[in-house]
Design a protein. Structure first.
Length: 305
């Protein structure tokens, strides 16, 4: 990608928020939109790396530029662009002053209800992984998206917002349009119930990956056999159900190695590995490097022990 805004600051833990600067609560459900200026100006246009537990977020950059951190990727992004941060993804921004944009934060359950059958495929496509959608080659669609977000913001700030179903409708429309504009992968042709089951499986992984649930545990929670769960995942991702759990563990390990100033052995315990040596072997099998080597490589030091 592009330039690097600087090395991450190591902390004792990665900050977790509902909205940036606001304490998160377990099970909290949110559908919120605001313009970039309203919050970033309070922090001198810098939003430090953090995560949202269980919340999906899209930053639509209309005009201006931002230095962006998404897990272990860092780069400079110019508008118009959309920056997608699924739950648990470490993300931070340093905006050029007077950057114009919107930040949409939402809980998946708010879109799982009602019209989810019409937008579930787009929701899954959009939030499948973190990334940047460059909209500069789609000026007409980018302008239409900007107007949609402005309309959603106006509805969100209206006096009768609490009783308005329009907010949910407009949020679904934004998610649908972003997924279409992103062209992340071909839309899957699975039936709606398969899409819903797969999305529920991803949500279960997000909630329980560090508990090292067995595939039987996941399958039972979904009302499936382990064989059917594997068939479901292979149809959606061309891999086994266990592979997705392992990928989530590796992503979290990488995030903590990059952003948390703690020994790898300590991080392994936090991720549910009782034996640090086993965690090191697990990590190396998936990345080709030991945790210590991977951390040094991201800090600009030689990766060899």
């Amino acid at each position: 990608m592009v330039s690097h805004p600087g090395k991450p600051r190591h902390r004792r833990s990665i900050p977790k928020f509902a909205l940036y600067g606001e304490r998160s609560a377990p099970g909290q459900e949110i559908l919120h939109i605001e313009d970039v200026r309203s919050r970033s100006q309070l922090y001198r246009w810098e939003i430090e790396p953090h995560v949202h537990t269980g919340l999906h977020q899209v930053l639509c950059l209309h005009e201006g530029r931002a230095d962006v951190a998404l897990d272990d990727w860092q780069g400079s992004v110019a508008g118009p662009a959309a920056i997608v941060a699924p739950p648990g993804v470490v993300h931070g921004f340093r905006f050029a002053p007077d950057t114009d944009g919107h930040v949409l934060t939402l809980s998946p359950r708010l879109l799982l209800e009602g019209d989810f059958q019409q937008v579930g495929q787009s929701f899954q496509t959009l939030f499948d992984s973190p990334g940047v959608i460059d909209l500069r080659e789609q000026p007409a669609d980018a302008d239409r998206l900007r107007h949609q977000l402005a309309g959603l913001t106006a509805e969100f700030n209206s006096p009768d917002a609490a009783d308005s179903p329009v907010i949910g409708w407009l949020a679904r429309a934004v998610v649908w349009r972003l997924a279409r504009m992103g062209e992340r992968r071909d839309l899957m042709s699975s039936a709606t119930d398969q899409q819903s089951l797969f999305t529920r499986y991803l949500m279960l992984i997000e909630a329980h990956y560090a508990e090292h649930w067995s595939m039987d545990d996941y399958a039972a929670k979904l009302g499936l056999s382990t064989q059917r769960l594997n068939r479901l995942v292979r149809a959606q991702r061309q891999c086994s159900a266990l592979t997705l759990v392992h990928e989530r563990l590796i992503r979290e390990a990488c995030r903590r190695l990059l952003y948390v100033a703690a020994p790898a052995a300590s991080l392994s315990m936090e991720l549910g590995f009782e034996d640090p040596a086993y965690f090191s072997r697990f990590f190396k099998r998936h990345t080709g490097m030991s945790p210590q080597q991977w951390r040094r490589s991201k800090q600009g030091a030689p990766a060899s022990d």
